[in-house]
Write a protein that binds this ligand. Structure first.
Ligand SMILES: Cc1cc2nc3c(=O)[nH]c(=O)nc-3n(C[C@H](O)[C@H](O)[C@H](O)COP(=O)(O)O)c2cc1C
Length: 425
């Protein structure tokens, strides 16, 4: 478990925490989110990415969107990589901007493996652990397409792939990130290796659960040789169900228990663990109790958390930090909103994976408390609230301000600009 310096009277999410070598001023982590804004030939992050991440620098830790370690890793359009100089330069601008705003950011390294399509690879089949179709969907330039039966990676290609993670780790270090997270969740390459239905290899990387975990362990070793393991996290999704390949049955969960025990010796910064989907057989507290029984290191909990359920999990010491994905899209100042009890805005799902600045860098930020907002913007003329949230709501302003224009505004929409903090870049 992590070190903790408690601040009396502060909600657990707002307390500082140390995850390996990473010092976080609060436990509200921004989960990695592909936003498909690298709409350029180089698949390089741009100034728009720098603005987006900087707006969210109040997070205890930002985990970047999944970032390709090579061209072979691609499985989704307009997602940036970290395998070229241009990409590394783009990421350098992102990390500098986030650090200037007082934030911390780690790079999530990803590889889609067989969850891809020949359209991403000049007509060549993507590769996975074995020639078995994962029946996943890939977003191609022509829209979503079903995955096909992939090529099986040769032993030499596995060694090359591990080398691309090492090179990506070197690039991430050059780009000024604070650490790395290995994307080992849902249906991507590492999870394909872990999965007995998709990995039917008979070499050092398949045949038993220990051998199916070898690819992940080799990747961890490769990136640790660049960074030191205490700046490396791994995102895993033991309860993931998808298609016919990914089923969180008793056998799969027992294998994850074993994997967690093996990773316990790796001196990682953290494990980033998804709980079960809401309304499924297992509840979140049971899942995180189970994780704690097998892993003594720091845990970032994810999936469907609210401020209340995040605080509860931390109070019970079942995790060290909680990550929020979707809530960070429309609430760049999520930590401030938790601090002041402001309501959360909902994001526009149509712009999650497309849209340039729209639905990316144009979400409103509230300025501190309602009192601060009114003082800074002037009472009566501005509406200090959240775009799109009808009022009054949980975070209604003090009574003296309601006389000054609050209650006669039906919606926050018109005042959106009034509460936006200009971007730092
Ligand atoms: C738009 C979007 C893109 C995502 N992209 C990634 C990704 O690149 N890598 C990853 O590990 N998870 C990705 N996720 C999953 C999130 O990290 C997180 O696990 C999920 O949203 C559940 O957390 P939440 O309930 O707080 O949103 C994505 C989620 C969303 C909503």
């Amino acid at each position: 478990m992590s070190d903790l310096t408690s601040v009396p009277g502060t909600q657990p999410l707002l307390q500082p925490v140390q995850l390996g070598a990473l010092k976080l001023p609060n436990r509200v982590v921004m989960a990695p989110m592909t936003r498909s804004r690298a709409d350029n030939e180089e698949l390089a992050p741009t100034g728009l990415h720098a603005t987006y991440y900087t707006q969210r620098a109040g997070a205890g830790l930002i985990i970047s969107e999944g970032t390709w370690v090579s061209t072979d890793a691609i499985g989704f359009i307009n997602v940036p990589g970290i395998y070229t100089d241009a990409q590394t330069t783009g990421w350098t601008k992102v990390t500098e901007a986030v650090h200037s705003a007082g934030g911390r950011i780690v790079s999530q390294l990803g590889h889609a493996g067989a969850a891809s399509h020949p359209d991403h690879h000049g007509g060549r089949l993507p590769a996975g652990p074995s020639a078995i179709n994962p029946h996943e969907m890939s977003f191609t330039p022509d829209g979503p397409k079903d995955s096909l039966t992939p090529r099986a990676l040769s032993a030499a290609e596995i060694a090359t792939t591990i080398g691309t993670y090492r090179q990506a780790a070197t690039n991430a270090l050059r780009a000024g990130f604070d650490g790395l997270e290995i994307h080992a969740q849902v249906s991507h390459l590492v999870a394909q290796f872990l999965n007995p239905r998709l990995n039917q290899r008979t070499d050092a990387y398949g045949g038993s659960s220990e051998k199916r975990a070898q690819f992940l362990l080799d990747v961890v070793d490769a990136v640790s040789s660049v960074w030191g393991s205490d700046r490396i996290g791994i995102k895993l999704s033991p309860y993931w169900n998808s298609g016919t390949a990914f089923t969180a049955d008793a056998e799969a969960l027992a294998e994850y228990d074993q994997l967690l025990r093996r990773l316990d010796d790796s001196n990682l910064a953290y494990l980033h663990l998804l709980g079960p989907e809401p309304d499924t057989e297992t509840d979140t507290l049971t899942a995180f109790t189970r994780y704690r029984a097998h892993y003594r290191g720091a845990v970032i909990a994810n999936l469907g958390f609210t401020q209340a359920s995040g605080n509860e999990l931390l109070e019970r010491q079942l995790a060290d930090a909680v990550s929020f994905g979707a809530p960070f899209i429309a609430n760049p100042d999520l930590v401030d909103r938790f601090t002041h009890g402001h309501p959360l805005a909902a994001d526009n799902r149509d712009t999650r994976f497309a849209g340039g600045a729209e639905g990316y860098t144009d979400y409103a930020t509230m300025i501190g408390s309602y009192e601060e907002c009114f003082v800074r913007l002037g009472c009566g003329t501005h509406f200090c609230g959240v775009a799109g949230v009808p009022q009054p709501s949980a975070g209604a302003p003090p009574a003296q301000y309601q006389r000054q224009g609050w209650s006669d505004s039906g919606s926050m929409k018109g005042s959106r600009a009034a509460c936006v903090i200009p971007s730092a870049s």
